[in-house]
Design a protein around this ligand. Sequence first.
Ligand code: CA2
Length: 151
Amino acid sequence: MKKILILNGPNLNLLGTREPAIYGHETLADVEQLCRNEGERLGFEVDCRQSNYEGQLIDWIHEAGRQCATGKMIGVVFNPGALTHTSVALHDAIRGANVPVVEYHISNVHTRESFRHHSWISPVAKAVMAGFGVRGYALAVQALVQVAGAA
Ligand code: CA2
């Protein structure tokens, strides 16, 4: 069974504990279970990881690139958190690893502060989705299967 990687960046381990008006009441564990269920429904094995460290996320993107190159993985659903707006290093990692990425944001970043309007990830993502809440991760899994040509 081919794999999908769900990657969450800084502070997303706090889901469900604070700021429910923006990020909802569901926890990261709930999100990961939702993704596993959706992936399995579509015939994929889902690997879920979260880190607060940019370098760790870069290493996992590189690993995903190797797994995609050998046909073991179809791509990554990636919520880079605030690193979306700052990280040229993640931009370079996705470009260098040549890995299909669906960038996902729980909130509609375009209705929020202007510093959230720019993404370093979007130019190297296959697709970009935002504002569907935590349940939107399941839509992002569906989108990855489609844009990776694995449907
Ligand atoms: O909307 C999203 O998914 C974001 O990627 C979330 C990031 C934010 O910096 C981006 O602009 C948009 C923040 C993640 C922090 O998540 C928390 C969850 C609960 C409580 C506190 C933070």
